[in-house]
Design a binder for this molecule. Structure first.
Ligand code: FES
Length: 128
């Protein structure tokens, strides 16, 4: 059982789909075409020298820190099963919707970021 304080459950937010030519606000970063990320897949995204992981599950698109909280392994090299990312190094698991750490050896949760699909493109809200 996970006992660290950072494992508290947070609410789950689906990625909204917005069909508009209006550009999102300045904190929204364009990742790329949504149809290039298959369901049950993950891709890396880098912004300001920080790596993020972008996920596509049956529940939508999600984004989190790109590095595992255990030993900083890139999560984009892992596998997505349902709404879970499995770390490639020690098979720790996180819920991609909330960032919650689900199984040892991971204990610290991932930071997650809002995602929108606009005109077929993935946008992630990452403040400066
Ligand atoms: S580095 Fe991810 S579980 Fe160890």
């Amino acid at each position: 059982m996970l006992t660290c304080a950072s494992c508290a459950q947070s609410s789950i937010a689906r990625s909204p789909t917005i069909n508009s030519s209006q550009e999102p606000g300045p904190d929204w970063r364009r990742v790329g075409p949504a149809d290039e990320l298959d369901e049950e897949d993950v891709m890396p995204f880098e912004f300001n020298s920080r790596e993020y992981a972008i996920y596509h599950t049956r529940d939508g698109f999600f984004a989190s820190d790109g590095m595992c909280t255990h030993e900083q392994e890139p999560l984009a090299d892992g596998i997505v099963i349902d709404n879970v990312i499995v770390c490639p190094l020690h098979q720790g698991r996180f819920d991609v919707r909330t960032g919650k750490a689900l199984s040892a050896p991971v204990c610290g949760d991932l930071q997650t970021f809002p995602v929108q699909i606009r005109d077929g493109d993935i946008y992630v809200q990452i403040p400066y």
